[in-house]
Design a protein around this ligand. Structure first.
Ligand code: EPU
Length: 443
């Protein structure tokens, strides 16, 4: 049976706002966990079963990439993937060319390919346009594990005899670089101690998969992950954790449209920082064994001051949908974005819809941030509440895209959103879910 691909293939959406979103949506596996676990399957020659798989673009892209490298990927049931990399081949230039630029995931194949073949091409990366998003931490960490970088006429690749464990400290707790080190060190010789590591729930899910495969990995509360390399890894059977970022997006949709949404499979444990903020601004929620229900508790939402940060801080991926809710809060809210230097690109269009948001280069917050005194408008001051009205908007990135959908549904009148295909990267069955909640999608 073929691999599931995203159902939504539209490039635009016309929405009429002004109605509360009410009803239920179901979450499946997290966008920021699924494709990485698929890459982990390349470390083994045995069959790997991945459950709770969402039909999102990154899953299709990584499936195609694995097949193009000689692996087998099938889908015996709609939300199950079986991967077998027994016949995996080194990545050819043509494969690299085809998948470079489509997604952020190919860079994570470096560790598994070095372990299997001693050679890994370094792809140029796709993903959302929200900052420069370099891969220097990834490459430096792989070099610290013993890989050599060759950059022949722009065709960069890494080689090694066998990777060797080392003490590695990341300059910043990067999610991707943490995953890179883990995926490379599990089959390296000896111990790797990674400090200043990211600790996102999706990384913990990856570590659990690797432990099932035979890896020996321990996690300390002070951002230290220790990996004792092993010679071989087995297959796995794993059900991916649900997508907390999608859950928070629907929670923001409920509060911004004054509706009520039950998010089936949402987990409180993964979302505690978000839930605190949600309640603080006047939202509320009810946790049940099957999910979390979200609604607006106070008629007038309260403003707040917050800073995005790595987990367990307020995750940057919550920022854009949350700002839509803040346009409806009384008073002045401040948001200091400390993870990406350019994650407020979506604000101009919101202002055209009636929001009052001003951006600043200064750090409007207490967190030590890499973007202060540089030329990045990474702090936002939001004055509310402002009624929103429909507009024509081109979507620049995934989270901004979903946020415009919420803004359009909270607004009076009709909005036309273009480039909606980008939302497919992280939101499965978006149109069906929106319709199920009573959204008026004209086209
Ligand atoms: N960074 C470097 N050098 C590196 C790697 C990262 O300077 O080698 C910087 C980045 O430029 C950024 C910061 O470190 O300023 C954090 O980047 P990180 O590596 O943590 O991000 P990522 O792994 O590329 C993942 C998610 C993002 C999410 C971030 C932060 C995936 C596929 N993507 O990206 O998800 O925002 O972690 O949590 O897991 C999204 O879901 O909308 C999304 C963009």
């Amino acid at each position: 049976m073929s691999v599931p691909s995203p159902a939504l293939k539209t490039d635009h959406m016309i929405l009429r706002g002004g109605r509360p979103l009410e009803g239920e949506v179901t979450l499946r596996g997290a966008k920021n966990a699924l494709p990485k676990i698929m890459v982990a399957a390349l470390l083994s020659g045995e069959r790997c079963t991945l459950r709770n798989v969402s039909r999102i673009a990154d899953v299709s892209i990584v499936s195609e990439m694995i097949v193009a490298m000689g692996g087998e990927v099938s889908s015996p049931e709609p939300d199950v993937l079986e991967i077998c990399a027994a016949n995996l081949r080194p990545m050819e230039r043509s494969v690299l060319k085809e998948f470079s630029g489509k997604s952020r995931i190919p860079i994570l194949t470096c560790g598994p390919l070095l372990a299997r073949f001693g050679d890994a091409p370094v792809p140029s990366l796709g993903g959302c346009r929200i900052g420069s998003r370099p891969v220097d931490f990834h490459i430096r960490a792989l070099q610290e594990l013993g890989a050599t970088l060759h950059d022949e006429a722009g065709n960069a690749h890494l080689t090694c005899e066998r990777l060797t464990g080392n003490k590695i400290r990341l300059d910043y707790p990067s999610v991707g670089a943490t995953e890179q080190v883990i995926l490379a060190a599990v089959r390296a010789e000896g111990v790797t101690e990674l400090s200043n590591a990211a600790m996102e729930p999706e990384i913990m899910d990856l570590i659990m998969v690797l432990q099932r495969m035979g890896a020996i990995i321990s996690v300390d509360v002070d951002r230290v992950i220790t990996i004792l390399g092993v010679k071989e890894l087995k297959g796995f059977d794993h059900s991916t954790l649900p997508d907390r970022l999608e859950a928070a997006s629907w929670a923001c949709a409920a509060i911004a449209t004054n509706g009520k949404i039950f998010v089936r499979n949402a987990k409180q444990y993964h979302m505690m920082t978000f839930l605190n903020r949600y309640r603080q601004i006047g939202g509320d929620f009810r946790v049940t064994p099957d999910g979390i229900e979200f609604w607006r508790e106070r008629e007038k939402l309260r403003s707040t001051a917050l800073e995005t940060d790595v987990h367990p801080g307020f995750t940057t991926d919550y920022q854009q949908p949350f700002v839509i809710a803040l346009t409806q809060a009384e008073g002045v809210s401040i948001v200091h974005e400390t993870v990406y230097e350019q994650r407020f690109g979506y604000v101009d269009a919101l202002n055209r819809m009636g929001a009052k948001i001003q951006l600043y280069r200064e750090c409007l917050g207490g967190l030590k941030c890499r973007f202060g005194q540089r030329n990045y408008k990474h702090s936002a001051v939001i004055v509310g509440p402002t009624p929103l009205h429909g507009a024509e908007i081109d979507i620049p990135d995934l989270r901004a895209g979903f946020s415009y959908v919420i803004a359009a549904l909270a607004a009076e009148g009709v909005s036309k959103l273009t480039n909606t295909g980008l939302i497919e990267r992280g939101y499965e069955n978006l149109v069906a879910k929106l319709r199920g909640l009573g959204a008026e999608i004209v086209e």
